[in-house]
Design a protein around this ligand. Structure first.
Ligand code: FES
Length: 130
């Protein structure tokens, strides 16, 4: 299933507008990752292909977004769970599917990374400089 650029923008704008997600901005140079055709992420769930690059792709409730895969406690790569939540093996923090902390020691929610769709319909994810 392919989604149009317009549909994608509406989905991500809706996610931000509802206030359930945090979009981060980068002050420095950012890396952009081409995650391939946006239609590859048509089914609800967490796609962890790019977790080692710093993000999960999540489709949930009509929303498609990129969520940081880095624990906000001490920068450890998270593991996606079967219920679409996230777990940090280092100290046990957990995060809800929308990135909100559900158990510490992490105190900050996972940020949503800026995304866009290019002319070829590919999902581009901007990773802020570290
Ligand atoms: S590094 Fe993730 S809980 Fe400490």
């Amino acid at each position: 299933m392919n989604i149009s650029r317009r549909e994608f923008l509406m989905l991500t704008a809706g996610a931000v507008a509802c206030g359930s997600l945090n979009v981060i901005a980068s002050d420095g140079p950012a890396q952009t990752v081409d995650a391939g055709p946006a239609g590859n992420f048509a089914a609800d769930g967490v796609y962890d292909t790019y977790k080692d690059l710093g993000f999960f792709i999540v489709r949930r409730g009509g929303q498609l977004f990129a969520l940081s895969s880095i624990c906000t406690h001490r920068n450890v790569t998270l593991k996606a769970q079967s219920d679409c939540s996230f777990y940090c093996k280092r100290h046990g923090s957990t995060f809800a599917p929308n990135g909100h902390v559900t158990q510490g020691p992490a105190k900050r929610n996972l940020p949503v990374l800026a995304t866009s769709i290019n002319a070829s319909g590919h999902l581009l994810v901007n990773i802020p400089a570290v």
